[in-house]
Design a protein around this ligand. Sequence first.
Ligand code: COA
Length: 155
Amino acid sequence: MADTDPFRSKRLLYRLAEPDDDAFFRTLKSERPASKQDAELFHKAVENALLGVEDHVHHRSTEIGIGIIKAWQGQGYGGEAIDWVLDWAFEKAGMHRVEVNVMEYNERAVHLYRSMGFIEEGSSRKAWWHAGRWWDEVRFAMLEEVWKKLRKIGH
Ligand SMILES: CC(C)(COP(=O)(O)OP(=O)(O)OC[C@H]1O[C@@H](n2cnc3c(N)ncnc32)[C@H](O)[C@@H]1OP(=O)(O)O)[C@@H](O)C(=O)NCCC(=O)NCCS
């Protein structure tokens, strides 16, 4: 029988953050050094949003972010989680557009978003200082109609 739990994909479970997740947040943050305050703000933001819909509700548009602990990167979890998020956004949350912003030096993320069908829309030029030089922040987005084509919905 097919698994009908809407908060699961093949290997992943989607849920709100819980107090017991502190160790996980510390690990995640230790891989990207941040102040205690930054870590707390991040934790709060994640606690408050599973699929965050901020101030673009009227336009049915949302922005996502993703971070996987190093030990679990490169095993397809990023793609699996974003697939789930897209399905959730378009099928259940009524979104029309899902945006993700990425530094151009983040080759793995850029490759992943492109390979999933996100379209590059533009950049904030030289927005980030990293490794001794400026990098662009690149905006990618998936539109509902593109997602439908990719999922062969309505064809
Ligand atoms: C970016 C991230 C979400 C990707 O998730 P992941 O589970 O590691 O990635 P996947 O295993 O799904 O692989 C992504 C694809 O990128 C490819 N890839 C891996 N490293 C790459 C690199 N350095 N350059 C280009 N492509 C790369 C993989 O081969 C795979 O492509 P394929 O499916 O065509 O084989 C994850 O690595 C992560 O959380 N990184 C740290 C935080 C971060 O960068 N977040 C994104 C901010 S926008």
